[in-house]
Design a protein around this ligand. Structure first.
Ligand code: GLU
Length: 433
């Protein structure tokens, strides 16, 4: 793969050194413009595809446990629904911005198109600090958010799911609020639900499982043995922690882990189960026995075969891209690598498995969950994982074929594939009115 990694994207990136533009939506548009250029899309179509279809901003008056009311701000953005209902998670984070949600919604459009599931792209976010909120406060805020975005969501319209600092409980509250308002139970309005209310087996670990499937394929092409390969994981939420566990099941060696408070490293390997248990007890992996401390910055540039950014955007940038020593970067997070960093990594022959493919296992099993809800089906774990494997491997090879056709690195290959599919759907539907 490294041999086709010619930095064909270089002329598309605005030269604004010395400091990079880290606005996620502008980054998403740079990535889109590059694909549109390769596909020679006409200017009108480009305008349609690079702009979100619908944006809703809502105020969420929420009663806190001390009796005071806090008015929080939330967003739901539908980027594109040409290929099916909007689909994408809801993020709770103090740093949420509208531009971040717009970027994440656009990446969902390309992600569902890369794996070819019949959804569009959407995303939601609430500016809040969930780590400092009680469960009761989170429930009240979530129910108010669900009721405010009610006109946009629905199993045929727009289907939320978990993202950063939201989980199956959050989805259960949204599903219940929606169901109460419409007067009957509608499991298909969200995915990533608890199993007891229509969630799918395999959904919780799907993002990480999908990532490991594509890393395995990339390793075959790069002639790296996953057995014994060293893995560093930045971010220890659902995706990062599950990836650590699955890599070890494949006999790879997880040599570093981190969360918001810092990281831990051991060249002989860290037991992910012990790390998960330690974090459950103390709220962080930092300080776990049998591993020494490492900063998040040093983890990113440490010597390893596979680097997995599994937290937030903009962790691989102009500042550290030259210092990355991994052979494969597998993006479990959305938007962890900037366009300038992408260019540097491509030149250095480092394979970046892009977010829209690498973390698409989550939305793929979300699709399975929605299908089961709509049809009243219940698949077992084996069926879910086999179907996931088939889709991830197919998407990986379609990306590689596109890379070879256009002589571009993996992200450009995945984007050209995805944008081409959405463009085709938009053209064949035609313009209303
Ligand atoms: N939040 C996840 C993502 O960024 C999952 C979205 C979904 O399942 O709809 O892909």
């Amino acid at each position: 793969m490294a041999t086709v990694a010619k930095p064909a994207i270089a002329p598309m990136i605005p030269r604004i050194a010395p400091r990079e533009d880290l606005n996620p939506f502008r980054i998403a548009q740079i990535q889109f413009d590059m694909a549109a250029e390769f596909l020679k899309l006409d200017p009108g179509l480009r305008q349609i595809l690079r702009t979100p279809k619908r944006i809703l901003e809502v105020s969420l008056p929420t009663k806190m446990d001390n009796g005071q009311v806090k008015v929080l701000t939330g967003y739901r953005v539908q980027h594109n629904v040409a290929r099916g209902p909007g689909k994408g998670g809801i993020r709770y984070h103090p740093n949420v911005t509208l531009d971040e949600v717009k970027a994440l919604a656009a990446w969902m459009t390309w992600k569902t198109a890369v794996v070819n599931v019949p959804f569009g792209g959407a995303k939601g976010g609430v500016i809040c600090d969930p780590k400092r909120m009680s469960k009761a406060e989170l429930e009240r805020m979530t129910r108010r958010f669900a009721s405010e975005i009610l006109p946009l969501i629905g199993p045929d319209q727009d289907i939320p799911a978990p993202d950063v600092y939201t989980d199956s409980q959050t989805m259960a509250w949204i599903m219940d609020t929606y169901s109460m308002m419409v007067g009957h139970t509608v499991p298909g309005v969200v995915t990533g639900k608890p199993i007891s209310v229509g969630g799918s087996v395999g959904r919780a670990e799907a993002t990480a499982r999908g990532l490991v499937f594509v890393v395995e394929e990339a390793c075959k092409l790069k002639k790296i043995s996953l057995r014994g390969a060293t893995v560093a994981i930045q971010g220890f939420g659902n995706a990062g922690a599950t990836a650590a566990r699955l890599f070890v099941e494949k006999k790879a060696k997880v040599i570093a882990l981190s969360d918001t408070r810092g990281g831990v490293t051991n060249s002989r390997g860290i037991d992910p189960i012990k790390a998960i248990r330690y974090k459950e007890r103390s709220g962080t992996v930092v300080g776990m026995p049998g591993a020494s401390r490492i900063s998040n910055d040093d983890l990113i540039t440490m010597k390893c075969d596979i680097l997995v950014p599994a937290a937030l955007e903009n962790v691989i940038t102009l500042t550290n891209a030259e210092a990355i020593k991994a052979r494969i970067v597998a993006e479990a997070a959305n938007g962890p690598t900037t366009p300038h960093a992408d260019e540097i990594l491509a030149r250095r022959g480092i394979t970046v498995l892009p977010d829209i493919l690498a973390n698409s296992g989550g939305v793929t099993v979300s699709y399975f969950e929605w299908v089961q809800n709509q049809e009243g089906l219940l698949w077992d774990t084996e069926e879910v994982n086999l179907r996931l494997q088939k889709i991830m491997i197919r998407a990986f090879h379609e990306m590689v074929d596109t890379m070879r056709k256009h002589h571009v690195p993996p992200r450009a290959g995945a984007m050209i594939l995805a944008v081409g599919r959405v463009a085709e759907a938009t053209l064949v539907r035609g313009l209303f009115p």
